[in-house]
Design a protein around this ligand. Structure first.
Ligand code: SF4
Length: 337
């Protein structure tokens, strides 16, 4: 039961903008759809193309097959690399496995890979701020394994050691909490005063904008619902940012039917947002759920305009079925002489 002021008429939803799909996710999902259209099923995808259950299930129905490792794909097939990026060794494995590849790595992740390669070439120690085990961190680290060490939050700083404190740079995963990352950078700078920063933000525009919107919205909300999957880094960060901004409670849900009635008890303002890998249809279902419970009044909280788009992976312009067949023929041709 809510407080006396909790009349149904006052119930409202604050809907964050921007939310949902970023340019990198949009591109990766369209790339799988285009590949299926152009080359037919199956198209193998290494790792979930984006960290969202609904998107993965929808693409599976259309003929995509998700695998964890490249060696699970039979030779002569097409494999796509996810938006999170892969280490160079994964490209080598695909070549060795006679696979044609499509690289759907987000260009903003590729940018971080390039920074890593450049600083490693200049023999810097690279401190990569990110979450251990996350696919993107594995990919970026693989660009320069001898030069990169992972720093998973401020508590990791004490154990960091470098060869030369005057030649240290920090880079980061693209989907971190901006504030928490700055805290880690602050602690690193105390330890290594000559630490240099990346040439431009590694935390991408989409992560930053979604956090900005949730900060504004969270400050005014009793409850914040973030639509996103549990393995989505940027979605999980939105829950944390909402709570820090002042929301009494914040939850992550994949689907509207995961919302518990008890969350709404005594609540007059519900903030709603979604992670960068979430299609808006899932947000619409949450709004529908809320409107059935008296939260019909929806106000948009706009924190930024977004107009970025990325062109599709260039490999989609080639005949990859033919390329894959040629790779297999090359091997058998070799033995036949
Ligand atoms: S969250 Fe950022 S880095 Fe990740 S795919 Fe989207 S735009 Fe690219």
């Amino acid at each position: 039961m809510g407080p006396m002021t909790d009349s149904p008429g006052r119930r409202r939803v604050l809907l964050a903008s921007p939310r949902g799909y970023c340019a990198g996710v949009d591109r990766a999902v369209i790339a799988v759809e285009k590949a299926l259209e152009q080359y037919g099923a199956p198209i193998y995808v290494r790792h979930e193309i984006v960290h969202n259950k609904y998107v993965v299930q929808t693409l599976e129905k259309k003929g995509a097959i998700f695998v964890e490792q490249t060696d699970e794909v039979p030779p002569g097939n097409i494999v796509m690399f996810s938006a999170h990026g892969v280490a160079p060794t994964v490209h080598d494995e695909a070549k060795a496995g006679r696979l044609a590849t499509i690289d759907a790595t987000c260009p903003l992740v590729t940018k971080v890979h390039k920074e890593a390669v450049r600083f490693a070439d200049e023999d810097y120690d690279i401190l990569l701020i990110g979450h251990e085990g996350h696919e993107e961190v594995i990919g970026t680290s693989g660009e320069a394994p001898d030069h990169i060490q992972l720093v998973d939050g401020p508590e990791d700083v004490a154990k960091v050691e470098v060869r030369d404190p005057s030649k240290v740079v920090w880079l980061s995963q693209t989907t971190l909490s901006v504030d928490e990352t700055m805290e880690t950078v602050g602690a690193l700078k105390e330890k290594f005063p000559q630490l240099i920063s990346p040439p431009s933000d590694d935390i991408c525009y989409a992560t930053q904008n979604r956090q900005l919107a949730v900060k504004e919205m969270g400050a005014e909300s009793d409850l914040v619902i973030v639509v996103g999957s549990r393995n989505s880094s940027n979605s999980k960060r939105l829950v944390e940012v909402a709570k820090l901004a002042g929301a009494s409670a914040a939850y992550l849900v994949d689907f509207a039917d995961e919302i518990e009635e008890s969350w709404l008890e005594g609540v007059t303002t519900v903030g709603v947002t979604s992670g960068a890998s979430v299609p808006d249809v899932l947000v619409e279902q949450v709004l529908e759920y809320l409107s059935q419970r008296g939260f019909e009044d929806v106000e948009i909280v706009k924190a930024a305009e977004e107009s970025i788009t990325f062109s599709l992976p260039k490999e989609l312009r080639r005949d990859l079925r033919e390329e894959a067949a040629a790779l297999v023929a090359e091997r058998t041709g070799g033995t036949r002489g």
